[in-house]
Design a protein around this ligand. Structure first.
Ligand code: NAP
Length: 443
């Protein structure tokens, strides 16, 4: 249930073993597979996005059937799906966003990174009008959070049009980003550089932007015993701090945008009446438990666009138990009221929370599949008799040949602009590509 990395890795593990003959339906709400590989990995990370070339082998496996455009509660109730198959593995990720909980957060011009990322990746549910209205005014941008998503957002906004040409972003996204007046991007970390969660490779990338200079105030890197201890015990922290010291030697250059990393700075209020105009920021120190503590020293950063990049959050599926942002489980077996629920499993971000890189889901999915196979071996999970194929009861399922038609349409659309691919962003246009391919084949 969810054809992103976790779902595809689970399908791969199920289809790739011979102990139990298993047919896998890889179900997704959207007409396109790949989840965050398509709709989350930054489009300028071409190598990481090329992972879909590996994932597509699993979609084409003869024991795997992709069934897209199926929404639980709209096309089928969870109970009915559960009655129609022997086991369900929930792998639908964590698509929701976390909030800051500060005044002004609802102002126009303030949005979650998830909204901006959905827009620039061409997600069918993206609020195109809302995001573009904000992006076309974005001269001063503040990004809250110092994780990899914050760096993705800052980098994509600061890229020159030429740098984005090789991506598969929808054409209207390229056009809006080219027209955006971005001059200053400030990334705010509420704690120190030693506590930042971005990875060194992604941090270094900010130093290679064609049209923007990355800056760090040397005062933000002033060292203290806690930071030194963290850097001594964690090479990742030491490497990040070394890169930040290099950035601290940069100076702004006329005609180039700036991307400034600011630490010990937490937003306390977004300013503005009709739309966001600034962010009030409080200087912090980090206490002995690693928590940010306000010092009361305030300053204001001008902002036309504020993007909160403070983590994802899993949302409940009607009929599925949730504990915070994840599904309670024991080694991937879903727990209902503390007891294992027969035939229900979970993997990926909705199992363990929104952490780790794409590859982390491979190991995670294998643990879940191992539990499922052990349940078959022990007799805890037995195949049942079925009344027909549940997919036959769906109105508009998108199966593998249909997805292949979308894939071909995106490549053809890209060719019209001299690009390798252009993502089709509207659900209706994705489905139209399926219909026109079916019509061409006399279907
Ligand atoms: P993340 O790494 O958890 O970063 C969230 C950031 O938000 C942290 O800096 C956190 O600071 C901050 N934050 C949380 N609440 C805040 C608040 N109220 N005020 C101010 N700051 C706040 O999450 P993410 O960036 O969304 O990434 C999710 C996962 O995807 C991560 O595992 C990431 O590595 C992965 N990812 C990887 C790549 C890549 O490999 N290139 C790209 C994108 C995402 P505190 O630490 O102080 O809480």
């Amino acid at each position: 249930m969810g054809a992103g990395p976790a779902g595809i890795y689970a399908a791969e593990a199920l289809a790739g073993q011979d102990a139990v003959p298993i047919a896998v339906d890889l179900v997704d709400r959207l007409p396109a597979p790949f989840g965050l590989v398509r709709y989350g990995i930054a489009p300028d990370h071409l190598k990481m996005r090329a992972l879909r070339e590996t994932l597509r082998h699993t979609l084409a496996h003869d024991r795997v059937r992709f069934v897209g455009n199926v929404e639980i509660g709209r096309d089928i109730e969870l109970d009915e799906l559960r009655r129609s198959v022997d086991a369900v593995v929930y792998t639908y990720g964590a698509a929701g966003d976390r909030r800051l909980g500060i005044p002004g957060e609802e102002l126009p011009g303030s949005m979650a990174a998830t909204e901006l990322v959905a827009w620039y990746c061409g997600h069918p549910d993206a609020d195109r009008a809302g995001v573009e209205e904000a992006v076309t005014r974005a001269r001063d941008v503040v990004v809250v959070g110092v994780g990899n998503v914050a760096l993705d957002v800052a980098r994509v906004l600061a890229r020159s049009p030429a740098e984005l040409e090789a991506t598969d972003m929808p054409q209207h996204v390229l056009d809006a980003l080219a027209a955006a007046p971005v001059e200053r991007v400030t990334i705010l970390g509420r704690r120190g550089p030693a506590q930042a969660t971005f990875t060194t490779q992604e941090l270094k990338e900010l130093g290679h932007l064609a049209a923007a200079t990355v800056l760090v105030d040397p005062a933000d890197l002033a060292t203290d015993p806690a930071t030194e201890a963290l850097a001594a015990e964690d090479r990742h922290v030491a490497r990040n701090i070394a890169v930040l010291h290099e950035f601290a030697g940069h100076t702004a250059e006329p005609g180039r945008a700036t991307v400034r990393l600011r630490f010990h700075a937490r937003p306390v209020r977004l300013l503005g009446t009709d739309r966001v105009t600034g962010v009030e920021v409080e200087r912090t120190t980090v206490d002995e438990n690693g928590r940010a503590v306000g010092t009361g020293a305030l300053d204001v950063l001008p902002a036309d666009l504020v993007v909160r990049s403070v983590g994802y959050r899993g949302h409940p599926l009607p009929g599925l138990p949730m504990d915070g942002g994840t599904v309670p489980h024991d080694a991937g077996r879903v727990l209902r009221d503390g007891a294992v629920s027969r035939g229900e499993y979970v993997a990926g971000w909705i199992k363990r929370g929104p952490t780790g890189v794409v590859g982390t889901n491979k190991h995670d999915a294998r643990e879940t599949v191992a539990s499922l196979l052990a349940d078959v071996a022990s007799g805890a999970l037995r195949p049942g008799a079925r009344d027909g194929d549940w997919v036959d009861r769906l109105e508009h399922p998108v199966l593998l040949p249909d997805w292949q038609a979308i894939d071909a349409a995106e490549i053809a659309l890209g060719a019209t602009h001299g690009r390798a691919r252009t993502t089709i962003h509207e659900r209706e246009a994705l489905l139209a590509a399926v219909r026109s391919a079916a019509a061409a084949h006399g279907g």
